[in-house]
Design a protein around this ligand. Structure first.
Ligand code: ZN
Length: 293
């Protein structure tokens, strides 16, 4: 299979971001930023004022994830929000706690933010297409940040349950594919894992969300959780191979059942269909027309 980051359409989704967060944790949590280098004024949006100064000297108290955003809570009472966008990459170099063996790489053209930690780790944020973002806000009001305020529940959290999803989909005339991509309904799902979840649920991406029975709509909840958990587990395996890898976090090889498999045989036992690709709201949906109804 092609490496994940070579797939043109692929963007980091929740499992990739969670894998980056877990990879950054040993290098960042509890460590102090001794030097912050900010090489340009903006990515997708301008960086916050005096970002380098506001980061320097701060200890990272914890690394959280909300949807596809990584949140680093700092000793200053501020939180650093990190969004990988479409092409953002996090690299760890140095040898914090004897865990990593990667030499600091030669600076590259798209290394926009470089953080040196007091444990010897260097975190480099590289983003060739610059759809990523970083911002700083008060930790106490982080959830009110414009990028976070309107997000629905976390798909792996307790607020995302069968009762919630059945109610959220009721009366909706949009295809179920679009409804699950709506970040106000559930946060962090993107094109790939919605396709995979609908395949496992045997639901056509074209079916109107409001026309699903309560049983089928509610049944999506454990399936979505399992699809994400499987991908996070694959990401975890990639982290265990980290010593041999190039220090880049978050893009791992994962076996998809439908995504990017147009024309290939369906993997549902007993189904002799093949995977189709249709375009919905400008994005490819991959599904088996035979067993997804
Ligand atoms: Zn099938």
């Amino acid at each position: 299979m092609r490496p994940f980051h070579r797939m043109g359409r692929a963007m980091p989704e929740l499992p990739e971001v969670e894998t980056v967060r877990r990879g950054l944790e040993p290098a960042m949590t509890g460590a102090t930023i001794t030097r912050a280098q900010v090489n340009r004024p903006d990515l997708r949006w301008p960086f916050p004022p005096r970002m380098a100064e506001r980061l320097t000297g701060q200890t990272v108290l914890g690394l959280r994830r909300r949807s596809k955003y990584i949140l680093a809570d700092l000793s200053s009472g501020e939180t650093l929000l990190i969004h990988l966008g479409m092409s953002g990459r996090m690299l760890i170099s140095g040898d914090p706690l004897g865990q990593f063996v990667h030499d600091h790489p030669a600076p590259e053209k798209h290394d926009h933010v470089v953080l040196d930690m007091d444990n010897g780790a260097r975190i480099t944020f590289n983003d060739s297409r610059r759809f990523g973002a970083m911002d700083l806000m008060e930790t106490a009001i982080a959830e009110a940040h414009p990028l976070l305020a309107k997000l629905g529940p976390e798909p792996l959290g307790n607020d995302f349950n069968e009762t919630y999803l059945v109610t959220a989909l009721k009366g909706r005339n949009t295809p179920i594919k679009s409804a699950l991509l709506d970040q106000r309904i559930v946060a962090g799902l993107g094109n790939i894992y919605v396709c995979e979840a609908l395949f496992r649920a045997h639901i056509s991406p074209k079916r109107k969300a409001g026309h699903l029975s309560s049983t089928r709509a509610g049944g999506l909840v454990p399936i979505i959780r399992q699809v994400l958990a499987d991908a996070i587990a694959a990401g975890g395996s990639s982290l265990r191979d980290f010593r041999q890898a190039d220090g880049e976090l978050g893009y791992f090889q994962h076996r998809f059942d439908v995504y990017d498999r147009e024309g290939d045989p369906c993997r549902t036992p007993g189904c002799d269909g093949s995977i189709s690709r249709i375009v919905q709201s400008g994005r490819s949906s991959f599904y088996c027309p035979r067993c997804q109804r």
